[in-house]
Design a protein around this ligand. Structure first.
Ligand code: ADP
Length: 498
């Protein structure tokens, strides 16, 4: 019997089904958890107010700076916004020295970051830099610079932060290999600004930026509708989204200063932790096995079913189970289906299939992208996973399972998108009847996995309150470089409040 028709394989594929009814139930639950998060702290969806109260419309102009401390690298850029939805970006990147990631004092790390900003200015903005240095003791601002010649800067800081104002936020904890206890509880913008000031640089941090908010802003600038984008979403290593909410619906106390005149507030949902209780999320044996491998079992349960860091591992868990199952002859040299009589099909002991996190989600993209029998690209990919001589049928089974896992991820992604579109009321507002509802997305999964967005649309069409007509108005587009242009735009809109 063909391996693909093997009932055990079919059963595995079906366990990743997420039906239209499942999607609709999850959307209702997502809306409930959104409302709860707007009311109080400590809920499933954190719904963090960002103190950003406006989105751009594409006409913004000027020269801004942005820096991004994300993990391995520190990126410095300047962005010239041309006022027509286009921009010119100059950037440089430096690896963070390992010893600074665990420095004794925060000052050591932030002094290094400030020096990189100085080097960038010296290299790319020499005229302005030198003029500033000459002028700095004579002019009128506290730092000695004329106000109009100060670079406004957005600071993208991808660690957990309690934001208390548009350019203020205290570090909750370090992640990703950083450990400088001295910085925890301090305002990271103030720490960086202090070191910038010590070097007398003409730079003022006007915004502390979350990458999802950057994505929302970047999309609003480059694809302007009447009202900009409603949602910025990341589907990369992790997943998260930030959307534009009515200020009146934010019931929990807002501690920082903000401009209330727009009646809006951008909310960072932190949706990776949606439904940690698993009331509507699927939970296969392979999801359970994956969760046990993580340092935070029971948390980020939505993210663990959706984002790039995890989908390859779900696949690996399924493969491990199959390899133990005598009823499924996958990757075994069975004469009836072997198409290469000179070599034996087998998984070598050294295969990354036997290493936790050994399969990258990229391999799932290769599987989905190879549609040409006998699947030569995918079989090459399987060879690179230390599988000797995989057959066409082996590759077909791998492909069927990979596609089931990512299809479920895309349908779950549609849950968050649908709930936020419904929450904003844009589809039913008669004043916006002909307007698209714009959504900016970023991240390797949505950008590189074949047809990820198409699968999101398929699920959106099935959502009550959206349907065929609503889905046609939803415009999902890639918004690249949220931490560059997006951060610059936040620095700009935040600067208007000074
Ligand atoms: P980050 O989210 O860290 O900024 P990316 O958006 O590049 O970075 O996402 C990286 C994640 O995307 C990794 O988990 C990786 O497994 C996954 N990934 C990278 N390339 C692809 C691809 N071609 N197809 C699907 N997933 C990919």
């Amino acid at each position: 019997m063909s391996l693909l028709l093997n009932p055990h394989v079919k059963d595995i594929v079906h366990q990743f089904d997420y039906t239209d009814t499942d999607v609709n139930n999850a959307v209702k639950e997502f809306l409930r958890q959104m409302a709860e998060g707007l009311e109080r702290d400590g809920t499933s969806l954190s719904q963090i107010p960002t103190y950003v109260t406006a989105v751009p419309n594409g006409t913004e102009k000027g020269l801004y700076m942005a820096v991004d401390l994300g993990g391995t690298n520190f990126r410095v850029c300047s962005i010239k916004l041309n006022g027509d939805g286009s921009f010119y970006l100059t950037s440089s990147k430096v690896e963070i020295p390992k010893e600074l990631m665990v420095a004794k004092t925060a000052q050591e790390l932030f002094a290094f970051l400030a020096r990189q900003i100085a080097l960038f200015l010296e290299k790319h903005h020499t005229d302005r830099f030198e003029a500033h240095v000459r002028r700095r003791m004579t002019a009128s601002s506290p730092l000695g610079f004329r106000d109009e010649s100060v670079f406004r800067m957005g600071f993208t800081f991808s660690f957990p932060v309690r934001q208390v104002g548009v350019n203020r936020g205290t570090l909750i904890r370090w992640t990703k290999g950083f450990d400088i206890p001295d910085a925890v509880g301090k305002d990271v913008c103030a720490l960086l600004q202090a070191e910038i000031d010590k070097l007398h640089l003409p730079v003022k941090i006007t915004a502390l930026v979350n990458d999802t908010v950057g994505t929302l802003m970047a999309r609003s600038y480059s694809a302007p509708g009447k009202h900009g984008a409603v949602l910025g979403a990341i589907f990369g290593t992790g997943t998260n989204g930030a959307y534009v909410e009515q200020l009146s619906k934010v019931k929990k106390p807002l501690v920082g200063d903000y401009d209330a005149s727009t009646g809006l507030m951008v909310i960072n949902t932190e949706w990776g932790s949606f439904d940690n209780e698993l009331s509507v999320l699927p939970n296969t044996p392979w999801d359970i096995a994956l969760d046990k491998l993580t340092p935070n079992p029971g948390l980020q349960m939505y993210e663990k079913r959706v984002s790039g860091m995890f989908l390859g591992e779900v696949m690996r868990q399924v493969l491990l189970d199959i390899l133990k199952n005598p009823n499924i002859p996958l990757f075994k040299d069975v004469d009836s289906r072997s198409n290469d009589w000179t070599s034996v099909t087998e998984v070598r002991e050294t295969s990354p299939i036997f290493q936790p996190w050994g399969i990258d989600t990229k391999s799932l993209s290769v599987a989905a992208g190879d549609n040409m029998p006998p699947l030569p690209l995918l079989r090459g990919e399987l060879e690179s996973l230390d599988i000797n001589s995989p057959s066409f049928e082996d590759a077909q089974v791998f492909k069927a399972i990979a596609e089931a896992i990512v299809r479920r991820a895309a349908r779950l992604s549609a849950v968050a998108i649908a709930a936020i579109v419904l929450q904003t009321g844009k589809l039913t507002d008669p004043d916006l009847a002909d307007e698209p509802v714009d959504i900016g997305v970023d991240g390797s999964l949505v950008e590189h996995y074949p047809c990820f967005t198409d699968m999101i649309y398929e699920a959106l069409r099935a959502v009550d309150g959206i349907g065929e007509e609503g889905a046609k108005r939803i415009r999902i587009g890639i918004a690249k470089d949220g931490s560059g242009v997006g951060a610059a735009l936040i620095a700009l809109v935040a600067g208007r409040m000074e």
